[in-house]
Design a protein around this ligand. Sequence first.
Ligand code: ASP
Ligand code: MG
Length: 432
Amino acid sequence: MEIKVFKFGGASVNSAMGVQNVAAILEKYPGNNIVMVLSAMGKTTNALEELLRHYLSVDAVSMVEVYYRLKDFHFAIVHKLFPDKNHPVFAELETEFTLLQGYLRKGHLTPGERKEYNFEYDQIVSFGEKFATIIVNHHLVYSGIKSKLFDARKMIKTDSSYRDARVEWTETSATIRTVMNSYFPKRDEKRKVAVIQGFIGSDPSGNTTTLGREGSDYSAAILAYSLKTKEVTIWKDVPGVMNADPKWFRNAKKLDLLSYREAIELAYFGASVIHPKTIKPLENANITLKVMSFLHPDSPGTSVKNLRKWSVPFPIFIRKQNQVLISLSPRDFSFILEENLSEIFNILAKHQIRVNVMQNSAISFSICVDDDPALENQCLAVLQKDYRVRYNKNLELYTIRHYHQRAINKIAKGREILLEQKTRSTVHLVLQ
Ligand code: ASP
Ligand code: MG
């Protein structure tokens, strides 16, 4: 029986109806074993990030408020899905929330006693996927599907780069194959579903790690790669890969086909539709990535695959918000030379600041980066030792692939352009 890897994002399971819809989609594939990778429900990851901030600033009142908001949100869904209030899902979810609460109680530690931000991030933010998988797995079983919950941390083995963990491929692939091959039925049995958390893994000491925001797509790719499936499907709230995010771009159009290469470029430049790390393992194993709509599960969506000759039908627009444009000039009036650049990049890398665009002149160097708490709190202070640092916050970065002048005008009309950079196929615009 063919195994399919399905990834369902937070938007697909943000309500009881959403969870039921996901079960209904699985029913459309009765002849397949399914590995189902799940994200945290709705905006849970954002809420957990908020919780983390309150935990780190020892703001108990706000911490309690967010904790109960999250708990109420999940239990409201469970109450709608399970009429029998003695169903084990209630106790299991309660246990998981108690674990989180226990962790948060350490909030009285002084900053010196606590581990670093990224470590704390992974321990707290990873709860979202655990809540989601408990609920969805129970619902699948409840609706008559043979389903079992697997702990991603036992399969996805990573290093200890918290918040952006690197996968130990050999161990991970071998474990996935062993666990899944023994779970999935041999011929003639009823098909099964394996539910597993996206986004999370564990390091050699057994601590929980995460793969970076939106990392569940990557988890799905890791599973597909390890199981050598033919395809992996990412179910989203859009019809497929669009040439712009329909939330801010009117008349966004769907791309029916996309080459791996173009998808990598799009993801790299920040198209939120696919996680940047996702495509490479799929390309290596020639696995087709399908992006489909959980709202219209019978529509074909977009197929990303190996396409020798692929021509772009129209420009593709990518918007990144919350950008900071930083301009650096050496305090000693030296020119920006290679040593300066490598020093700057070392500092940025150390603080995990991601550079989206860079441009240099003789005496200054400009970078456009994602805003991040570590930027103003730590990174800029370090840079300020050797550089005069000026920066503008709250900017937008637009990347247009396969642009033409009309496409640029459409975006930049009436706005101040702080930086414009063109190559043959790509233009970047940093706008106020
Ligand atoms: N829940 C995580 C996030 O929102 C991972 C994911 O959804 O892919 O970033
Ligand atoms: Mg998500």
